[in-house]
Design a protein around this ligand. Structure first.
Ligand SMILES: Cc1ncc(COP(=O)(O)O)c(C=O)c1O
Length: 431
């Protein structure tokens, strides 16, 4: 079995052979109760990963959950109860975070195109810290703060050219829409310090996702610490909060490497030991690393046939629900972590092309994949699908209903999102 597949099963707490089992329930039972396609999240796996991260980084470092990775309220709430703060990127995510019990004063909002209306709503809601991504945002936030008679917390997101070498999706380079170029930050900090409506809280950096090189992450964190120290000295101001970013890599395709959490944590602990002080607050922000491993996408085989000598397996879900597993956002198409629910270790019998119901060849989970013989009615599970799943997918394409989402807890599976209905496509349309 591919090591990434074996690890994905272990992360779920699922046995490495026999029927796919999540907590006390087989995938078969869950599909019978909730139908397919179905997203399944496992609470114990969410808890375990967050606890491991918090334990490794130590009490001085706050862990923020990036809601974009999986905005299911119960997932966000579970992570909050486990001790994670939250980082948001839209008014929708603000709603999710509040529904999950987060105090807006503890929330951070980063994003390169926060509109005047969004800024006004964020200030009105009392969002604790807005991360500024362009010099012009200083004036825009100040205006919103003035209009609401508030003093607004802000931090500056710094773009270090060339950061996050090795990340699969980089947000840094010679130029970037994300963050303010390091050589422009001093001027922005001066401007903030001279604006009474703004409360300067610190610096932020985040340079890319699917970062598998822990040392590259630590280098970026070190750059931020060094920049903060230099700005404080040069400008005579205080930057107590340091948001070191995240983007830790998660194996989601066969052959993927894994991220060395211990090395990342050791590097950050060293930075903390050398640069801590009474007013300092340290943060890492993680989306995928906290939820990807804890979720899977379950589909049922509808038809099989042979075409051009290759077995074709058509399943009832795909790109519209689970775009990342079909290769969206990836430069190179790789085989997803796919298992048959009847026996996760079933020996491969023949190469098969597995795809969904959409009228595009992009709706393909893999071809060829080495799989056992499959029949209509069989269940397949895409593992490590708990992050950037449904919310990263073009679920409007072809107007299929959205899948249900469930959370498997100790006391049993719980429905988090009702399965959509075909007629939902008419919602909000006028004719
Ligand atoms: C600013 C910011 N923080 C955190 C994240 C979460 O990244 P990941 O899910 O890779 O941890 C992202 C992802 O796009 C981001 O843009």
């Amino acid at each position: 079995m591919d090591p990434a597949l074996a690890q994905a099963l272990a992360n779920l707490g699922a046995p490495a052979s026999g029927p796919l089992r999540l907590g006390g329930w087989t995938a078969d039972q869950l599909a019978a109760e909730f139908g397919t396609p179905l997203y399944v999240y496992v609470a114990a796996a969410l808890d375990a990963r967050l606890a491991a991260v918090r334990q490794r980084f130590g009490a001085a470092v706050g862990v923020l959950y990036s809601v974009k990775a999986n905005p299911a309220v119960a997932v966000v709430e579970r992570l909050r109860r486990g001790g994670a703060g939250a980082e948001i990127a839209s008014l929708g995510e603000l709603h999710v975070a509040r529904a999950a019990g987060h105090d807006p004063a503890d929330l951070r909002w980063a994003g390169p195109a926060k509109s005047e209306a969004e800024l006004a709503a964020a200030v009105a809601a009392g969002v604790g810290c807005l991360h500024l991504e362009a010099p012009q945002e200083v004036g825009a936030v100040a205006q919103a703060a003035r209009a609401h008679g508030r003093r607004q917390g802000v931090a500056v997101r710094v773009h270090f050219p060339g950061a996050a070498q090795g990340a699969r999706l980089r947000m840094a380079g010679t130029q970037s829409r994300f963050g303010i170029d390091a050589d422009q930050v001093a001027a922005v900090l001066r401007q903030i310090a001279a604006t009474p409506e703004l409360h300067l809280r610190g610096l932020h950096t985040y340079a890319g996702t699917q970062q598998f090189d822990a040392h590259s992450f630590v280098r970026g964190a070190g750059q931020l610490v060094a920049a903060a120290t230099a700005f404080e000295r040069e400008l005579g101001l205080s930057l107590p909060e340091l948001h070191l970013g995240g983007g830790f890599g998660v194996p989601v395709f066969q052959g993927d490497p894994s991220f060395d959490l211990d090395a990342a944590a050791a590097g950050v602990r060293e930075l903390v030991a050398a640069n801590d002080r009474a007013d300092r607050r340290w943060f890492v922000e993680l989306g995928r690393y906290l939820t990807a491993h804890a979720g899977l996408y379950l589909v049922r085989v509808v038809r099989t046939k042979v075409s051009g000598g290759v077995r074709q397996v058509a399943v009832d879900g795909g790109l519209h629900h689970c775009a990342a597993a079909c290769g969206s956002g990836s430069v190179v198409k790789r085989a997803p972590l796919l298992v048959t629910a009847a026996d996760v270790a079933a020996p491969a019998h023949e190469p098969a092309a597995v795809g969904g119901p959409l009228c595009t060849p992009a709706d393909q989970l893999g071809a060829p994949l080495d799989l056992p013989v499959l029949q209509p009615g069989d269940l397949l599970a895409v593992l490590a699908a708990g992050a950037y799943g449904l919310s990263f997918s073009p679920f409007g394409f072809l107007s299929h209903a959205t899948p249900a989402e469930i959370l498997v807890e100790a006391q049993g599976p719980r429905l988090l999102r009702r399965r959509g209905r075909p007629e939902d496509v008419l919602r909000d349309q006028l004719w």
